[in-house]
Design a protein around this ligand. Structure first.
Ligand SMILES: Cc1cc2nc3c(=O)[nH]c(=O)nc-3n(C[C@H](O)[C@H](O)[C@H](O)COP(=O)(O)OP(=O)(O)OC[C@H]3O[C@@H](n4cnc5c(N)ncnc54)[C@H](O)[C@@H]3O)c2cc1C
Length: 430
C-alpha cells in the first residue's frame, strides 16, 4: 500500500471491514441517523428481552416497549413532521426505506418484539396508501399525534379469514375465495359480520383496517376483487371482539389474534376510500409491506450469523477456536454472503417508490428463504448447543420459518413475480 502513489493510496480502502458502518455511510444523512437510532433502540430494549419473552409470551406486557418506541417517534413515521415524525429530508427516499431499516434492526434484536412494535405500521399503511384524505385526516393524523406524544395508539390490518389466506393475496385465487366477512349497507353506514384470523397486533389495536365484501345491490354473489371495501373498526365498537391469540412456532412475542364481527355498525365515515376499492388497496399494501417483511428476514439472518460467529469464536475444538478451522470459516463466509445479498436486495427494493409488485415479492420470497437457510447453517455450527431451546440460532430458525408464510407464502410471492413481469411467453409456453 505504501508503495502506491498518493492518489492510489486514496483509492485503496484497507480499513478492517465493518459492513454495517459502511452500508450506513451510503445512506442519505437522515436515514443514517435513523438507522443508528433503530439499532440503539433494538440493542437497548429488544435484544435483552428476546429469549425471555420468546419462552413465555403469554405473560409479556408489550405496553412499556410500545411506549418507548412511540416516544422515540418510531410509531408515527407514516406522516412527515409536524404531523408525524418522518424527517422532511427523508421524503424523497420514502417511507418504505425507513420501515425496511427499522424492520432489519428490530428483527436483528428480536423478530417477535419487532413485529409487536411494527404491526401498527401495516395497519397505518392501509390508511395512508388509500390516498383518501378524509380517512388520513380522521384516523392517521390522530394516531400519529398520540404516538408522537408517547401515548401509543395502534392500528392493525385484517384481510385473512378461516377459508381465505392466499386467496385474498393472489389474483388467481381471488375469484373463488371463500370469505365470510361481509358488509351490508344500512342507514348512516354499514353492518359488518364475519371473522378474521392471524391478525398481528389484533389483541392490542385501537383500530383495525378490516376488509369486507360489500353485498351487491343487484343480487349477484359478492366477490373479493369486485366488492372488497376497507373499513375502520374501533376497539369497543358493539359486536366487535377479539378471540384466541395463536400459540406460534416463532416470532412469539407478537400476537396473531382472531377478530369477530357480529352485526357491527360502522358509520359511513369509517369507510376507507371508495366502496369496492378494497382489492386494489389490499394489493398495494402488500406491495409496500413485503419489503419490510423481507427486511425482517434479513434481521433474523443477521442475528443467526452473529450467533454462529460468537459461538465458534468461543468454543474450542482440538485446542483451537472452532472459527480458526477453514470449514467453519467457509460456512460463516457463505452466511455472510447471503446476508449481504439480502441487504442489497432489500435496499434496492426499498428504493422503488411507489412500491412495485414484482420487486417487492421477489425480495420477500428470496430473503425469507435465505434467512431460513442461514439460520439452519447457524444451527449446524452450534451443533448440540443449537438443539437446546433459548439460543439465538434456534430462535432464528423458528422466526425465519414464519417469514416464509405470512404476507403471502413464498410460493404466492413467486407467482406474484410472474404476474408482475411481462411473462406472456412464459405463461403460454406450457
Ligand atoms: C405470524 C403470522 C402473522 C400474520 N399476520 C397477519 C395480519 O396481520 N393480517 C392478516 O390479514 N393476515 C395475517 N397473517 C395471515 C397470513 O398472511 C396467511 O397465513 C398467509 O397468507 C397464508 O395463508 P394460509 O395460511 O391460509 O395458507 P393457504 O392459502 O391455505 O395456503 C396453503 C398452501 O397452498 C399454497 N397455495 C395456495 N394458493 C396457491 C396457488 N394459487 N398456487 C400455488 N400455491 C398455492 C400456499 O403457498 C401454501 O403452501 C399472518 C400469518 C402469520 C403466520
Amino acid at each position: 500500500m505504501d508503495r502506491l502513489a498518493p492518489l492510489g493510496r486514496k483509492l485503496y480502502d484497507t480499513r478492517v471491514l465493518d459492513l454495517w458502518e459502511r452500508d450506513t455511510a451510503t445512506l442519505p444523512r437522515a436515514l443514517r441517523r435513523r438507522r443508528r437510532a433503530y439499532r440503539e433502540f433494538s440493542r437497548q430494549f429488544l435484544s435483552p428481552l428476546a429469549l425471555e419473552v420468546d419462552a413465555d409470551p403469554e405473560s409479556y406486557d408489550p405496553w412499556p416497549l410500545l411506549t418507548e418506541s412511540a416516544k422515540r417517534g418510531f410509531q408515527s413515521e407514516q406522516l412527515p413532521a409536524p404531523l408525524g415524525t418522518m424527517p422532511v429530508m427523508s421524503i424523497p427516499t420514502g417511507l418504505m426505506f425507513h420501515t425496511a431499516l427499522k424492520a432489519e434492526e428490530f428483527s436483528a434484536g428480536c423478530a417477535g418484539l419487532g413485529l409487536a412494535v411494527m404491526a401498527h405500521d401495516l395497519g397505518a399503511a392501509a390508511l395512508m396508501l388509500s390516498g383518501d384524505l378524509t380517512a388520513i385526516r380522521r384516523w392517521l393524523v390522530p394516531l400519529c399525534r398520540a404516538n408522537r406524544s408517547g401515548n401509543p395508539r395502534l392500528a392493525a390490518f385484517a384481510i385473512t379469514e378461516p377459508g381465505a389466506g392466499s386467496d385474498v393475496e393472489d389474483t388467481e385465487g381471488a375469484p373463488t375465495a371463500r370469505f365470510v366477512t361481509t358488509a351490508r349497507r344500512c342507514a348512516g353506514g354499514y353492518v359488518l359480520n364475519g371473522q378474521k384470523i392471524f391478525i398481528s397486533g389484533g389483541r392490542h389495536a385501537h383500530l383495525v383496517a378490516v376488509f369486507a365484501a360489500l353485498e351487491p345491490d343487484d343480487g349477484r354473489a359478492a366477490h373479493v376483487q369486485d366488492d372488497w371495501t376497507c373499513f375502520v373498526v374501533e376497539r369497543g365498537a358493539p359486536g366487535f371482539r377479539t378471540g384466541r391469540s395463536e400459540h406460534k412456532l416463532g416470532q412469539r412475542a407478537s400476537d396473531a389474534t382472531e377478530l369477530f364481527f357480529d352485526d357491527v355498525f360502522v358509520p359511513e365515515e369509517n369507510r376507507v376510500g371508495a366502496e369496492r376499492s378494497g382489492w386494489a388497496l389490499n394489493r398495494n399494501v402488500l406491495n409496500y409491506s413485503r419489503v419490510p417483511v423481507a427486511a425482517i428476514a434479513l434481521g433474523i439472518a443477521q442475528s443467526a450469523l452473529e450467533a454462529a460467529i460468537e459461538f465458534t469464536r468461543r468454543v474450542r475444538l482440538g485446542g483451537r477456536a472452532a472459527l480458526s478451522y477453514q470449514e467453519v470459516q467457509l460456512a460463516v463466509a457463505d452466511m455472510w454472503l447471503d446476508v449481504s445479498a439480502m441487504r442489497g436486495m432489500v435496499w434496492q427494493a426499498a428504493r422503488h417508490s411507489p412500491s412495485s409488485q414484482g420487486v417487492s415479492s421477489a425480495a420477500k420470497a428470496f430473503c425469507g428463504d435465505r434467512a431460513f437457510a442461514v439460520a439452519n447453517r447457524s444451527m449446524d455450527l452450534l451443533a448440540d448447543h443449537g438443539s437446546l431451546s433459548a439460543n439465538r440460532a434456534e430462535k432464528a430458525m423458528r422466526d425465519s420459518r414464519l417469514n416464509q408464510i405470512y404476507e403471502g407464502t413464498n410460493q404466492i410471492n413467486r407467482l406474484a413475480v410472474i404476474e408482475a413481469f411481462d411473462t406472456t411467453d412464459l405463461r403460454s409456453s406450457t
